[in-house]
Ligand binder design. Structure first.
Ligand code: HGY
Ligand code: MN
Ligand code: MN
Length: 411
């Protein structure tokens, strides 16, 4: 019998519920930001489940967590499957964690099937996919894939000045019994299950999305420097008002990046004013830019407009634009997509090809091994919010499909 028949809906639901209690928010979501104590608790929980199943845990220097089901051929590079445990500050109960627990459930089903995989299978939880506390996101998978330097990432600080290095040390403390493994070990293939984070599969009555690729994304940090001044005594002529300059930049960017077809995704999610006091002219503003587009040439051209537009609207203030990350659109290899389509057909799961407009760790694994993604429907497409929801039957179907795909890849 194929591994998918050993996937257990109740067990998967119980594990998702247990993880949802770690960092639970009052409105039914989670706040489990990267390298927080909640993130550490979630990793600890995963290790405990893994050890009960006989999986061997390990962590690498950037805090990625692995649970290995040993294959019969130790010389064969492992198959990896997983996603992330960290969440947005008002995140949902399924983004990322579903991919980790679906991989875990798939491995448990493979063990239950009695079939010994030739290649080892690693369940992986990538460090800081979301990039909410430490920007940019996908730090763990990017360093694993060699796309970002370890030391540069360890030096990144959060808004309180805490570095990735120091936060990672604290998390490592709670996992001190877990052995370290070398960074960036050879991988034979990677498959990530994830909620769609869009409405299409649900609208079309489909259960599975065979992800064709991931749209490109560029992220920036903008610092506007002015001068603090008294709200009552300083004249407009003498002011260096960082807030008014930042607003002029934002409006000019929104105008320049607007497209009637609504394909360009331009987001300013963070806007920090200092000293943020009602009677003080803003001395500085820090804001984020998240720019995405499926066409890499368009993404390049639009992203290149950002710095000149900010400089042109700085007025008497100074401005510094830093590009934090740049990842062009990618297409997953057709043989991997065909493998998922065939396995979905074999399980009579209604499916179609779909582009991912959200970013995922698979974006980096794609450059180190044949990679692919499996989507399951998101109710109303709601995500990065506390009302995020996917049905147990859809989540289980995704895990069943993943079990058969991993079995084939590790055979
Ligand atoms: O931003 C993203 O696309 C991902 O959900 N972190
Ligand atoms: Mn995610
Ligand atoms: Mn996310």
């Amino acid at each position: 019998m194929s591994a998918s028949t050993f996937v257990d809906e109740k067990r998967l639901a119980q594990r998702l519920a247990a993880m949802a209690r770690i960092g639970a928010t009052e409105k039914g979501g989670v706040n489990r930001q990267a390298l927080s104590k909640e993130d550490a608790a979630a990793q600890r929980q995963l290790v405990q489940w893994g050890e009960a199943l006989g999986l061997k845990p390990s962590v690498d220097a950037i805090g990625n967590l692995f649970l290995r089901l040993e294959g019969t051929d130790a010389s064969a590079p492992p198959v990896l499957s997983g996603s992330h445990l960290d969440s947005q500050p008002t995140g949902g109960k399924f983004d990322g964690v579903f991919g980790v627990l679906a991989a875990f459930e798939a491995v448990e089903a493979i063990v239950a099937s009695g079939v010994k995989p030739r290649a080892s299978i690693d369940v992986v939880a990538w460090m800081n996919e979301e990039g909410s506390r430490f920007a940019p996101g996908m730090m763990g998978s990017a360093v694993f894939a060699g796309a970002r330097e370890l030391d540069a990432v360890l030096a990144v600080v959060d808004k309180h000045g805490v570095s990735v290095k120091d936060a990672l040390r604290d998390v490592r403390e709670t996992l001190r019994d877990v052995p370290e493994r070398a960074l960036g070990e050879r991988v034979s293939a990677y498959v990530e299950a994830h909620i769609e984070q869009g409405p299409h599969l649900e609208n079309e009555g489909l259960t599975i999305g065979v992800v064709t690729g991931i749209q490109g994304k560029r992220t920036f940090a903008v610092r506007v420097e002015g001068e603090a001044a008294h709200a009552g005594t300083s004249t407009r002529a003498e002011r260096k008002d960082a807030l008014l300059a930042a607003i002029a930049m934002v409006q000019a960017l929104a105008d320049a990046l607007h497209d009637a077809e609504d394909i360009v995704k331009f987001t300013i999610g963070r806007f920090d004013v200092k000293p943020s006091a009602p009677s003080v002219v803003a001395s500085s503003v820090d804001f984020s830019i998240d720019l995405r587009h499926p066409d890499s040439n368009v993404l390049q051209a639009l992203g290149d407009k950002i710095q000149p537009i900010c400089e042109a609207h700085a007025g008497v203030c100074a401005v510094r634009v830093t590009e934090l990350s740049k990842a062009m659109s990618l297409d997953f290899p057709e043989p991997m997509r065909a493998l998922i389509r065939d396995a979905a057909s074999g399980l009579d799961l209604r499916h179609r090809d779909i582009l991912s407009t959200a970013g995922h760790d698979a974006r980096y694994l794609h450059y180190v091994c044949p990679s692919a993604m499996i989507f399951v429907p998101s109710h109303l497409g709601l995500t990065h919010c506390e009302t995020e929801y996917s049905s147990s039957s859809d989540l289980t179907a995704g895990a069943r499909l993943l079990a058969d795909v991993l079995s084939k890849l590790a055979a």
